[in-house]
Design a protein around this ligand. Structure first.
Ligand code: C2E
Ligand code: CA
Ligand code: CA
Ligand code: CA
Length: 279
């Protein structure tokens, strides 16, 4: 009987089964990362290469894993998607960014920080109320210094809810950027309907724009459209000076990418800012 049990077990011990178990194990491991204080925010500068000024920084989450080292979000965001941990992480990120903004404000650095908000978090209910609550915990931080980046799909899922949450946030002086612009559906309709203050041109188009005429056409169209809608735009994934120059020539002066700086720990940011040759 014992052997039979073992045989039955082996039938179900497929690769898929092991994968599900491994995912569950990683999820449980991640659940301890928050209380253990293993999450970090790194900051990537956003600059205006026409005027030369640094216009902000994007906060990007990292997991300082004790055994595996510094993990990029691609390693852990997918495993918590759709779970309560996704919202918990989102709330932690907002609070950590506010804490950093407060520290920088005290050092005389007054720079907008962009935070990525997952669609599920934005639409989770009470988002704006909880944000308002967090803001009151950091009274020294001007609310306008916190910006929220949302991917287009967040709005597509439930445009009415998204609109009302975004309007509520705007009443708190919190601006939105549309992230990964051009990768979603019906961008045009949303651009018209949503209270969006910055359009981020997706890095997948920027990366190959100098060699791929189709990508160049997309970048040109987005810039044209953003201008027609009188919305500021920023190109992400700017890896070289040639990219930056081409974007500037097309009318997009705001850029972010490895060509300017890689995401860095908050403590490195003031020194980077000091050494930045622009204004
Ligand atoms: P994203 O919002 O589009 O962020 C830009 C990503 O591109 C970052 O990757 C950044 O490190 C990377 N990047 C910046 N400049 C360049 C460049 O010149 N070339 C290339 N190849 N890549 C560049 P990262 O940090 O691995 O984040 C990946 C994605 O994870 C983000 O994409 C965002 O969607 C998500 N994410 C990151 N932090 C958070 C967070 O705190 N909350 C949520 N919900 N999502 C986050
Ligand atoms: Ca982003
Ligand atoms: Ca993006
Ligand atoms: Ca391409």
């Amino acid at each position: 009987a014992k052997q039979q049990g073992r045989a039955t077990y082996q039938v179900f011990d497929t690769g898929l089964d092991r994968e599900i178990q491994a995912r569950e194990a990683s999820r449980q491991r991640f659940a301890t990362a928050l209380p253990e204080g293993e999450l970090r925010l790194h900051y990537q500068p956003q600059v205006d290469i026409f005027g030369g000024e640094v216009i902000g920084a994007e906060a990007l989450v990292r997991w300082q894993h004790p055994e595996e080292g510094l993990l990029a979000p691609g390693r852990f965001l997918p495993i918590i998607e759709g779970t309560a941990l996704e919202i918990e992480l989102g709330e932690w990120v907002i609070e950590a960014a506010l804490r950093q903004l407060q520290a920088w404000c005290m050092q005389g650095i007054s720079l907008p920080v962009h935070v990525n908000i997952s669609p599920a978090h934005l639409l989770s209910g009470e988002f704006a109320e909880r944000l308002a609550g967090l803001l009151t915990c950091y009274p020294e931080v001007p609310a306008r210094l916190l910006k929220l980046e949302v991917v287009e799909s967040a709005a597509i899922h439930d445009i009415q809810t998204a609109l009302s949450v975004m309007r509520h946030c705007q009443a708190l002086e919190i601006d939105f950027a549309i992230d990964d612009f051009g990768t979603g559906y019906s961008s045009l309709t949303h651009l018209r309907q949503l209270p969006v203050d910055l359009i981020k041109i997706d890095q997948s188009f920027v990366r190959d724009m100098l060699t791929d005429p189709d990508d160049m056409a997309i970048v040109e169209s987005v810039i044209y459209m953003a201008n027609r809608f009188r919305r500021p735009m920023l190109a992400e994934g700017v890896e070289t000076l040639d990219h930056a120059r081409a974007l500037l020539a097309l009318g997009c002066a705001r850029v972010q990418g490895y060509g300017i700086a890689r995401p860095m720990p908050a403590e490195d940011f003031p020194a980077w800012l000091r050494d930045w040759p622009g204004r």
